[in-house]
Structures are given as C-alpha cells and as structure tokens.
Design a binder for this molecule. Structure first.
Ligand SMILES: [Zn+2]
Length: 398
C-alpha cells in the first residue's frame, strides 16, 4: 500500500482544520505514521496551496515546529441533501465549514429528471449570488436510496419511483460540468461523522427519517461491503413486522413498522391526519398521546435491530440523524432498547447520540464526500478495482 492510500490528504486536512494536530510531529503521532512520510504529504499540500504555514509552536527540544493551517480560501464544494420530501443545498469550504444553506420542498416521486434539474437549478441560482472562497471544486449529493457508488447509479430504490438504475452522477456531471459524486444518504451522513475521527474508531451511523438506513465506519473509513449495501438495516425482518409486505419484496422488515413512512401510514389508518414524517414529529412535539406512543415504539424497534449490530460490531458510538432522531422520546427509546438488549460490556462505554450538526449533517457529509473524491481519489475509491493511482500533488495544484 502506498502512502496515498494509508494517509489520505483529507485525513490530514480534517485533523489540521479541527486543531487536533497542527504540526508534522502531531500528525505523525496521531496517525501512527513515520514523520518522514507525513512531511512529504504536507510539503505537497503546501506547494499546492491547500495548506499554509503560520508561526511556530513550542520546541520539544529541537527546532520549533511550524504550525500548519488549512487554506480555506483555496476552494469550495457544493453539497446537496436530497430527502423524500425536501432538498437542502449548501456550500462548504476546504476546512469543512458550511458557508451557506437553503431548503426547499421536493417530491422524490417526481422522478430523477425533475428532481435533479431542480437540484442543479437551486445550486446554480445560489452559486450565482453568493460570494464563495476560491474555485468551485465539485459537487457531492446524498440520495435517499441505495446507490452503486462506483457506477454512480441508483439501485433498487424502494420509495423512489422511476429512479431504478438511473445514472444520477452522469446526469449531474452534465448539468454542472464539475466533478460530481453521489451516494446513499446514510453513507454520506457517516462520512461527515467520520472525518477526522480518532484512529481505530468504529461508528454505527443511522439515518432515521421517512426511511431508515445505517452505515458502518471502521477505523475512520466507511465500510461499504461487496455490493455497497453494508449497513442497510431497513430490511431486517422483525417480529413486530408480522406479515406486512415490504417494498423490497420480503415481509415484516423494520421499514414496514419502524420508518417515518410506516408511522405516517399507521397513524393515518387510525384517523390521525399526518401527511408526512415532519407532521408526525410536530404532533409528537405537541405531546399527542397516540403519536408519542407510536414514535416511542418506532424507537424501540430500531433499538431491537441495532442491538444485534452493537453486539456484533462493538462500536465506540451509535450516532443518529434524520427527522425521527430529533425526538427525545425516540432517542430515549433507542437508548433503552440498546441498554436492555446488548451485552453490558458492549454498552458500558458506548455513546448513543444525535449527530451534532442536526439538519446540516447530511449536507456536511455530502460535501465531505465530494472533497474526499477530489483530493483522495484512491483512498476514497468505492472498490479497489475502481481506484486509479493519481498523484495528489498534481491534482491539487491543477
Ligand atoms: Zn424490506
């Protein structure tokens, strides 16, 4: 394995940007790499203008170390978080700061042509009247269904009529004339949470909204699995699902009883007027008793499935995003189920938290994905076969 594969440029950038390592020695120590190979990577990034040096840190016996900083003026990416019913777009700088964001309603069922045209129009409109640093480096997009990342296509989506097999990345590249990367929304959420994570950290990241998805991060890297569906817990069969037919063709999946879509359907069947997951969340916030009970049950069902994942993977943290995670009742139910069902050793130091960035977490993840593909095409390649060896210095300097 070459250096470019073991220490991605973005890994260095995230550590420097977050202030967790700002000298070559600190980077080498944190990443457990020889200082010589870190120095080579840092020098290339300095020459490309991605990093800058400013001032000197305290000496540890020898020469005082130069302090590194990310040149956030180098460039920016645009990111889009596509939900079943909403679109959020925003721009992010090289240090991972979200610079601006906008929301608009959207119906994923309108089909890929209409949805992607709307996405491109929203980005172009805002790009036209927003002052952003440096050059436009690319676009990252999270979609609410399974994505073949290597091909850039949507595969077998359950609630996205017309999207099956659609070449979303190619269509967006034509619209933007920029590098574009697409991935599943749970995966981009996980990429955003994993950046600059502690070496060796294992994370289970859940997106609980209209659908339910999850992703697994091992040693700071997203584990996609052979076919790219690793982490997809929505089609795990559970007892409470009974014989309910699922969009995947099976019966009794978590999705049929534990997703936002399932909550909407079951509440409507009981005469409660909710049009979408956001309505369910507002009613839960107003402490509507039937809705609150349903939301708590959905949390318990997710916890039931996650307990197996936690026992198996023994993660450092379970992080939840999406509309349902905004409910304290839901979070408490997930925690309760995990504490009740997992091995005590597996939960003793387990963090069970909402993703910190809330509604922006998906955007930050999509932007992170775009940056990693621009600067670390090899390390971030979805499969070994599709990775090309590209010299990072020449790319960054281009
Ligand atoms: Zn299913």
């Amino acid at each position: 394995m070459s250096d470019s594969e073991t220490v991605g440029a973005m890994r260095l950038l995230w550590l420097i940007a977050s202030g967790r390592a700002v000298t070559r020695l600190e980077l080498a120590t944190l990443l457990r790499q020889p200082q010589s190979s870190i120095s080579v990577r840092v020098q290339a990034l300095l020459a490309a203008g991605v990093l800058t040096e400013h001032g000197e840190g305290p000496s540890r016996g020898g020469r005082r170390p130069r302090l590194l900083a990310v040149n956030s003026g180098y460039g920016h990416v645009w990111a889009a978080d596509v939900g079943s019913r909403h679109l959020r777009v925003g721009a992010m700088d090289l240090a991972g700061n979200l610079l601006c964001a906008w929301d608009r309603p959207l119906d994923i069922a309108a089909g890929p042509d209409a949805v992607l045209a709307e996405l491109a129009a929203a980005v172009h409109r805002h790009a036209g009247d927003t002052e952003l640093p440096g050059r436009w480096l690319g676009v990252g997009v999270g979609l609410p269904g399974p994505v073949d990342v290597a091909a850039g296509t949507v595969t077998l989506p359950s609630r996205m009529p017309g999207w099956r097999g659609f070449p979303a990345r190619a269509a967006l590249r034509r619209m933007f004339e920029q590098p574009v990367e697409v991935d599943n929304d749970a995966n981009v959420l996980a990429l955003g949470q994993a950046r600059g994570g502690r070496p060796g950290e294992t994370l289970v990241v859940v997106k609980a909204g209209t659908g339910v998805g999850a992703a697994l991060v091992v040693d700071g890297r997203l584990h996609r699995g052979r076919a790219g569906v690793a982490g997809d817990i929505s089609h795990v069969r559970i007892a409470a699902g009974g014989d309910r037919p699922c969009s995947c063709g099976n019966r009794g999946c978590l999705e049929t009883v534990g997703s936002g879509a399932a909550l909407v359907a079951s509440l409507r069947a009981r005469g409660i007027e909710v049009a979408n997951t956001a309505d369910v969340m507002s009613a839960a916030e107003d402490a509507h008793p039937t809705v609150t009970t349903a939301v708590r049950t959905a949390g318990l069902l997710l916890g039931e499935v996650l307990a197996t994942v936690v026992n198996f993977a023994n993660p450092d943290a379970v992080l939840l995003g999406g509309l349902l995670a905004g409910s304290e009742v839901y979070m408490a139910a997930v925690r309760g189920a995990l504490y009740e069902r997992c091995l005590p050793l597996a939960t003793r130091e387990l963090r069970i938290e909402r993703v910190p960035a809330g509604a922006d977490a998906g955007l930050i993840g999509a932007g992170t994905w775009a940056l990693e593909r621009v600067f670390d095409p090899v390390a971030s390649a979805p499969s070994a076969a599709s990775g090309r060896v590209v010299d990072i210095t020449s790319r960054a300097a281009r």
